[in-house]
Ligand binder design. Structure first.
Ligand SMILES: [Zn+2]
Length: 236
């Protein structure tokens, strides 16, 4: 394989891997932030470890399942769209094969082939696997981009759980006295780490990522603590 093809191939696969990594980092981010905020809110309202652990487990399970369900629904609808597009393409290939051949040749021309070469390539690929060529080159659906709802749902539920386990460990094993601060401190530290990883993957500014995740993490956990404290004082 020529040098630039290898780079193109690696870049394509790196992009695919980095998309998954980014989704996993963001999922874990959600898991930490929403579970830790919930735990901090309950810890602010009551100092009993049992109440905090119970709320953390409930938040973790509910959050992971709702993330997985949401991902499954959204990716499934993408799959439905892809399937409908493929069915339409199949019909167009039957109804107007000549126009479809021209369309394919135009796509190859736009990619840099000479008019004659583009038509030859289009004819040969059509003879070999017409639908495959149109799905890949006209609709842009390929095995890498094809939506896999169950895989996506599992990945996002698992990422959320991986993040949410941290506050649960803190709620189970750290001292009850000052539990909120242990929850906040541990969550912020891991959020910063994840922020750095996401910035590195995306090639974006690390200081900005650290500031953003620290600021919004503190706002979310701080406000939940206030609400929890208020409930603790006025209602519990
Ligand atoms: Zn077509």
């Amino acid at each position: 394989m020529q040098e630039e093809n290898i780079e193109e191939y690696l870049a394509k696969h790196y992009i695919h891997k980095s998309n998954w990594l980014r989704a996993a980092v963001l999922g874990a981010n959600d898991g930490i932030l929403s579970t830790a905020s919930l735990a901090i809110g309950v810890a602010a309202a009551s100092s009993s470890r049992d109440a905090v652990v119970l709320a953390t487990v409930a938040g973790l399970v509910a959050g992971a399942l709702s993330m997985a369900a949401g991902e499954y629904v959204s990716v499934s609808s993408q799959t439905d769209v892809e399937k409908a597009d493929i069915e339409r393409e199949k019909q167009e290939l039957i109804d107007m094969p000549e126009i479809e051949l021209q369309r394919l040749a135009e796509i190859y021309e736009q990619r840099g082939l000479k008019k004659d070469t583009a038509l030859i390539v289009a004819k040969e690929l059509t003879a070999h696997d017409a639908l495959g060529a149109h799905v890949r080159d006209e609709l842009g659906i390929n095995d890498i981009s094809q939506a896999k709802p169950l895989q996506a749902a599992f990945a996002s539920g698992a990422a959320f759980t991986a993040g949410g386990v941290l506050p649960l460990i803190v709620a189970l094993f750290f001292p009850e006295e000052g539990m909120q601060y242990y929850l906040y401190g541990s969550a912020i530290m891991v959020l910063i780490l994840l922020g750095v990883i996401a910035a590195k993957i995306g090639g974006s500014s690390i200081p900005k990522a650290i500031f953003r995740v620290t600021f919004w993490g503190t706002v979310a956990m701080g406000l939940t603590s206030l609400v929890g404290h208020w409930f603790g004082v006025n209602l519990v």
